[in-house]
Design a protein around this ligand. Sequence first.
Ligand SMILES: [Zn+2]
Length: 452
Amino acid sequence: MLTGKKAFLLFLLASVVSLSGQTIMHHDSKITGMVNELSTNNLKATVQKLVGFGTRHSFSTNENETRGITAACKWVKGEFDKIAIATGGRFEAVWDTFTVNPEGRRILKKEQMINVIGRLKGNNKEDKRVFLVSGHIDSRNGSANDTKIDAPGANDDASGVALVVELARIMSKYNFPADIVFTVVSGEEQGLYGSTHIAEKAKEENWNIEAMLNNDMVGNSASSGNRIEDNIQVRVFSEGIPAFETDRMKRERIATSGENDSKSRQLARYIKEVGERYVDNIEVKLIYRSDRFLRGGDQSPFSRNGFTAVRLTEMNENFDRQHQNVREENGIKYGDVIESVDFEYVRKIAAINLAAIANANLAPGPPVNAAIEVREVANNTKIKWETPGGTAPDGYYVLMRETSSPVWQKKFFVKGNELMLPYSKDNYFFAVQSVDKEGHESLPVFPAIARN
Ligand SMILES: [Zn+2]
């Protein structure tokens, strides 16, 4: 039985725990400045412009100058060209075309598709990392193969494209050590073709992609069916067991019980921590699956090609507003129209992308060959790692959490390349991240096992 005195002691203990759980927020004024520059008006103007092309179905090509996907892509390329001129060569705009072959379902004949890619070059030649943020420009109505009838796609996914264009506009004014690639892709609705094209090219050319953030439907805050209204939560989908897993990776995963510590999960946790540090009134929900039931997304081709990729999507979906012909039936309005996009929600999700990418890019590269020493049974933990190439870190954070906790709970700062902790490696998970003098942290690295 819990006596009054015991209950009081427990209460005291609980309040101490919650007090010690307070976190100190360190803001980099440069990142805060970029976040503050995000404009709901700009985001809305881009979505309005894209909706104005009537349909952006992947095969609504060459309709004319004001309708169809070619015209829409030309407009985005024009926006990227303006950025290229303003930055005096630091930003490059690429018109990327490719051919797709019929598969009898959503591609009925040989067709051409278009991606528009912007690349902001890093100013440190030693730094080979690449950060990639993506949205899809193609849209669809009630029929996946209808290229004629309007398909405004305001939320799916003009919202994601607007986010990408706005990030390019703002981030290109600043210098980053590593490259940032802004991709606006086609063919998502036909089977993730544009994204697959870029992911395969990236693999072929050995791009060192540190993180790929796919933004697909980031503006709907009113759900269908259950009448929930919510613009204070956003989902980040991340894969557990990597789609691309070698036998060696599998053995390591089993040996470390690392099924919840894939690179994709580390990225998702990082987006949560850094995003919530810089953006008010929004919570990042970690969704432990690669995507939703019956649906896919542009992060998947990157995962399949061995890259670290996640999907950001609104918390609740409105199925009356996606993949529908614009119409009214029995008093219910259908169609993906601009009136149902919540631009304050788009702004907050854009800010989360920006903060996470900026902070990781400004940070030194992640520690190399991080490993946990497992030579004998012991009630402590020794972790070691090597200094990454590029700008040397000021130090490292060793992160720790209980095996059942979704997020990191403790952080130890260390200057050297190893740390001995009086906590049993059997009872916690650990990771290591590099940190510079201003406090920018790299993505965390989950240690492998060192047996010697
Ligand atoms: Zn979509």
